[in-house]
Design a protein around this ligand. Structure first.
Ligand code: GN1
Ligand code: MG
Length: 360
């Protein structure tokens, strides 16, 4: 699909599109880039078509994002460190096309790279610092005024309930193919309460969090290697910092890809885990309560378990949520996430020791 003719000119972008292409990232929204020539001044932009099946109210989501970006800009002053939304001519942060599809546009952040797999603990440390600073800097934004873009997004017990409701509806073939994973999910259901219970016991720890802290949602400077900017602001909502720390652990500490088909390649790296905890502790440590520290060794385990449950639910449901590249993709993702969950459960004593050292 081409966007140059139909989308770009609705946004406040001067010049002529000289190139466009797909950016194959993410499982939900469709992402395209355009290169624009404005009398010799060449700039790149990213257009995203918002998946309204998953984000039922795109204007509300965009309202969250615009508020957060404006707040960060006031706070930091340097626009290079923040995603820059390009508004449409009428001023809105999104454009709705004739088919009712919602589009938004960001300035392309030049000279950066992402890591899908972390090469060194230093990269994980930098990512943790970037995500922690992000949460610190939006800490004085009234989180109660943020729209709930996806209610119950990281409420693991609710995710498990949906999973249980999906099983009887699944085809016998899919149920049989996923029998071992269904069993694993059920055997570990007691994990589901471990993070949300902190919010129940200490509602004062609820704050605006990022909620999608995959390591590849941080842009690193191509030459200096420093973390530059945090991406993917779609799910900023009230929650616990444990969601963010856990999802970074899930993605940074695995030596294999999220959908690695050979589960023997799945490995949990404790040095990287330590780097994540240190990064968060260096920025937010003194803010963390006893209850948050106590739950911290479980953060990665629960978020990995939950991600496995979500992939498994989607597999049983016939693949309606996550984009897939081949028929068994969600099952392969599930196996990988559950293999990682098991490795993390085995490493719980070491994780607890590392957390205690950072807490001291
Ligand atoms: C989805 O589309 P992407 O990659 O940003 C999902 C995350 C999952 C992730 C798994 C709104 O994120 O929650 O952790 O896939 N986003 C949504 O890779 O469900
Ligand atoms: Mg995302």
């Amino acid at each position: 699909m081409q966007v140059a003719d139909s989308v770009t000119h609705h946004f406040q972008i001067d010049g002529r599109v000289i190139e466009e292409g797909a950016i194959e990232r993410g499982h939900i929204n469709e992402t395209r880039f355009v290169v624009v020539d404005n009398e010799g001044d060449i700039k790149r932009y990213v257009h995203q078509r918002i998946n309204a099946h998953i984000f039922p109210d795109p204007p509300k989501m965009m309202d969250n994002i615009a508020r957060v970006c404006a707040h960060l800009l006031r706070k930091r002053g340097n626009p290079e460190e923040i995603l820059q939304l390009v508004p449409i001519h009428e001023g809105l942060s999104y454009y709705r096309d004739d088919n009712g599809e919602y589009w938004r546009t960001y300035r392309f952040v030049e000279n950066t790279k992402v890591y899908d797999i972390v090469e060194s603990p230093e990269v994980a440390y930098q990512a943790a610092v970037a995500f922690a600073r992000f949460v610190r800097d939006i800490g004085d934004l009234d989180h109660a005024r943020l729209h709930l873009t996806i209610p119950g997004f990281h409420h693991t017990p609710q995710r498990v309930e949906v999973f249980e409701r999906t099983i009887p509806e699944a085809t016998p073939e899919r149920k049989a193919a996923a029998a071992a994973e269904i069993d694993f999910a059920r055997r570990n259901e007691d994990l589901a309460e471990k993070l949300v219970s902190v919010m129940d016991v200490r509602p004062d720890t609820i704050r605006a969090v990022h909620n999608d802290t995959k390591v590849n949602n941080v842009l690193f400077h191509q030459e200096t290697g420093e973390a530059v900017c945090v991406l993917d602001l779609d799910t900023i909502m009230p929650g616990t910092i444990l969601f963010d720390i856990g999802d970074l652990i899930r993605t940074a500490c695995n030596k294999a890809a999220e959908d690695e088909p050979d589960i023997d390649c799945v490995e949990f790296n404790l040095q990287t885990f330590q780097a994540v905890i240190e990064g968060y502790a260096d920025v937010l440590g003194s803010d963390l309560t006893e209850e948050e520290w106590d739950a911290l060794p479980y953060a990665g385990i629960v978020m990995t378990y939950q991600q496995g449950v979500r992939f498994l639910t989607d597999y049983l449901d016939g693949d309606h949520y996550f984009g897939i590249h081949y028929p068994e993709h969600n099952l392969v993702r599930t196996k990988c996430q559950f293999a990682l969950t098991q490795k993390m459960l085995d490493a719980l004593p070491e994780m607890t020791r590392i957390v205690e050292e950072c807490r001291a």
